[in-house]
Design a protein around this ligand. Structure first.
Ligand code: C2E
Ligand code: CA
Ligand code: CA
Ligand code: CA
Length: 278
């Protein structure tokens, strides 16, 4: 028999239910996803604006859910962070990326570094340097082939973050500040962090031809990055007009659909290795 009040509960949870159940479904699914091989890494080339040479590849997670199809990392990474599953998943990403680059090196393919995204949750884990050290040892990938991409949110707690960053640098891995320009106190971070690379957020690139104000901002970021001897990478470059602009302003590297979307490891081999003389 129905209890009094059931109807009321139904009334205001009906529309919420759909969202809740998708979220729950994804959370449960994530737990098994990497064991059952539903998680894979795609790779997007990072390219020299002047020469077109590939200087590295960013590893990006892809999840093919058995029932829901492809889920965007923008949707599932926050869930993985909430449940702390990002720790084992992030470890898997690091290991998979390092293994793949070792394999490509062994086969004679030189693709520069592999850039791996590190979530703030992973970064708060004091064991991160140790975990990375172990993976480098296991895969026998030299540390200079690894660039860790962190965002300003990763390092909000600068007192704790800077020693970890220094430890990572001492191991020989590179550090990149992702989504630059979208967080707070960016200038302070630039000065205090032991960085190698600065990635200009794609929102700035996409408006480069809209106004002189947008250009002033990009120009300043590039100049500042160059002055601080950082590698400056522009993200989200989709048009040759945007690329020309960046070249003209001495932004040395870019990443974006113009050169390539993120692609599977098989496509990396098909597309990037084809011209190789063996
Ligand atoms: P992100 O690190 O800023 O990665 C760049 C995003 O921009 C990627 O989206 C990429 O596919 C997309 N992108 C690249 N070129 C273009 C372009 O020319 N135009 C446009 N419109 N977009 C472009 P994706 O792969 O969907 O990843 C979204 C976010 O998910 C990433 O943003 C990153 O924050 C997170 N993510 C992905 N993989 C991982 C991972 O392994 N670990 C962690 N912690 N986060 C990850
Ligand atoms: Ca990134
Ligand atoms: Ca980014
Ligand atoms: Ca981002």
């Amino acid at each position: 028999a129905k209890k009094k009040g059931d109807n009321i509960a139904c009334f205001f949870t009906e529309s919420m239910n759909e969202e809740v159940s998708r979220k729950t479904l994804l959370e449960i699914g994530l737990q098994q996803a990497h064991e059952s091989g539903e998680l894979t890494l795609y790779y997007q080339p990072q390219v020299n604006t002047n020469t077109g040479e590939v200087i590295g590849m960013e590893a990006l997670l892809r999840w093919e859910h058995s029932e829901l199809g492809r889920i965007s990392p923008a949707e599932f990474i926050p869930l993985a962070e909430e449940s702390k599953l990002i720790i084992p998943i992030g470890e898997w990403v690091l290991k998979e990326a390092c293994k793949q680059f070792r394999e490509w090196l062994d086969e004679g393919y030189e693709l520069g570094h592999v850039a791996v995204n590190i979530s703030s949750v992973q970064f708060q884990n004091r064991e991160l340097p140790e975990v990375i050290g172990k993976i480098l040892e296991e895969t026998q990938l030299p540390p200079e082939y690894v660039e860790l991409e962190i965002t300003e949110s990763v390092v909000q707690n600068t007192k704790e973050a800077i020693p970890i960053m220094k430890e990572l640098k001492q191991m020989g891995v590179k550090l990149s500040l992702d989504d630059f320009g979208t967080g707070y106190s960016s200038l302070k971070y630039l000065k205090d962090f032991p960085l190698d690379t600065l990635k200009i957020d794609k929102s700035f690139i996409q408006t480069v031809h809209e106004s002189e104000k947008d250009q002033a901002v990009i120009d300043t970021i590039i100049k500042m990055g160059n002055r601080l001897a950082l590698n400056v990478i522009a993200e989200g470059v989709e048009t040759s007009g945007q690329l020309d602009y960046l070249k003209e302003r001495q932004c040395l590297y870019y990443q974006g659909f113009l050169f390539s979307k993120p692609i599977s490891k098989e496509d990396v081999q098909r597309l990037l290795f084809k011209g190789r003389v063996s």
